[in-house]
Design a protein around this ligand. Structure first.
Ligand SMILES: O=P(O)(O)OC[C@@H](O)[C@@H](O)c1c[nH]c2ccccc12
Length: 396
């Protein structure tokens, strides 16, 4: 474990430069750097007086001054740590923040980070979620809920996402299609260079898509909320799913303000309490949540939560990118499938669907809807892409 400081102070080898850069209340032990061969309990975040290891086995005590704002951020960070523990108890391996990172925007007099393996994301999903945490807190500062409330009053009315899927399923006898407006992904790179989201959305609608999914994540999927808004304002009638990594209720309000009719909640990221809370917010806003699972444990958790109308089974492991459409079948076998049917939940087969036999396979497994991106967005004409995917014209 190594200690890195964003201040130049830790590189100082003499008392003068170290004291200069510290907050005036900071003191050395007994007024002088104290030799210590081992500093065992080295807490990296200066909440109380702390001991710091200096060069050559020296240690110093540091007493920070903390403003109320900083203290609140510390609390927020501590709660985040408890949340990770709570989530881990539900089998969730994704940590919402780097475990030994200081709270966001902490501007203490002396910023330390402990560098160790724990501060490196374990997989791409964790990396996305950590980045999202920073992104959302910045967005929240720019548009606090009070501002969003005004935007919500001007938002276009909600469309019936579940109704559109059911209608398409009974009209065609095939799973209702949620067609994804997706430019790129971390696993597949750029899927389409000439990417015009509105044009693609219109082509999907023409091809018989029941609903659309619009990726809004910028960094990893090259999507945007502007795309969502533009599609909603373009005259396209299909209900819209905001495809985002939601970790904070604020994002749900924002999605609705930008015209979403549905949002995605990923069970690999959110613990049960979060899912319950977020579903309540969705209901308040008239949105529907597509709750995404990838394995049996996540499915079992979700089956215990009341008020879920749509469950998505992702065939892609968001940690490793491995795709296996057999996942949909596996998760719908036996009692799980039965319980889903009893609860009247519509199951959406997600990812890795390319051909009519793929569609037939997941339909046979029990899905009433599918979520498809790559195979149709890559086609020169996405309308024809849909016809090829289903092996028939889906528009009538
Ligand atoms: O392009 P595909 O393999 O057809 O997959 C679409 C969709 O299922 C996938 O984009 C997806 C499913 N769940 C997600 C969560 C976040 C981002 C993307 C996704």
């Amino acid at each position: 474990m190594s200690l890195r400081a964003s201040s130049s102070a830790t590189t100082a080898t003499n008392k003068f430069s170290f004291q200069q850069s510290l907050n005036p209340k900071s003191t050395f032990v007994n007024g002088n750097p104290t030799p210590q061969s081992h500093v065992k309990q080295l807490s990296f975040f200066p909440i109380k007086a702390q001991q710091f290891e200096l060069k050559d086995g020296l240690a110093a005590v540091f007493e920070p001054k903390m403003s109320l704002g900083d203290a609140l951020k510390v609390k927020e960070w501590e709660v985040g740590m408890y949340q990770d523990e709570f989530a881990a108890s539900q089998g969730i391996r994704i940590r919402r923040r780097p475990p030994t990172e200081q709270p966001l925007h902490y501007n203490g007099p002396f910023e330390f980070h402990l560098q160790n393996d724990d501060n490196t994301p374990r997989n791409i999903l964790e990396e996305i979620v950590w980045y999202k945490d920073t992104e959302v807190s910045q967005m929240k500062e720019r548009k606090p809920l009070s501002v969003l409330e005004k935007m919500l009053n001007d938002a276009p009315p909600v469309r019936d996402f579940v109704g559109a899927l059911k209608e398409a399923n009974s009209r065609t006898g095939l799973p209702g299609l949620i067609a994804e407006v997706k430019k790129a992904s971390p696993s597949r790179g750029v899927l389409r260079e000439d990417f015009d989201p509105v044009q693609i959305a219109k082509a999907y609608e023409k091809g018989g898509a029941a609903c659309l999914s619009v990726l809004t994540d910028e960094k990893y999927f090259q999507g945007s909320f502007e795309n969502l808004e533009a599609i909603r304002n373009s005259g396209v009638q299909c209900p819209l799913l905001c495809k985002e990594f939601i970790i904070d209720a604020w994002q749900i309000y924002y999605a609705r303000a930008k015209g979403a009719d549905a949002i995605l909640l990923i069970a690999a990221v959110l613990h049960d309490l979060d899912i319950k809370y977020m579903i309540k917010i969705c209901k308040l806003l008239g949105l529907v949540a597509l709750v995404e699972v990838h394995d049996e444990r996540e499915m079992d958790r979700v089956l215990e939560i009341e008020g879920i109308e749509l469950v998505g089974i992702n065939n892609r492991d968001l940690g490793t990118f491995k795709v296996d459409i057999g996942n949909t079948k596996r998760l719908l076998e036996g009692e799980r499938g039965q319980r889903l049917r009893q609860k009247g939940i519509i199951v959406v087969g997600e990812s890795g669907l390319f051909t009519p036999p793929d569609i037939a396979y997941v339909q046979e497994a029990g899905v009433k809807a599918v979520l498809v991106g790559e195979s149709i967005v890559k086609q020169k004409d996405p309308t024809i892409g849909i016809t090829q995917l289903f092996g028939k014209d889906m528009s009538s």
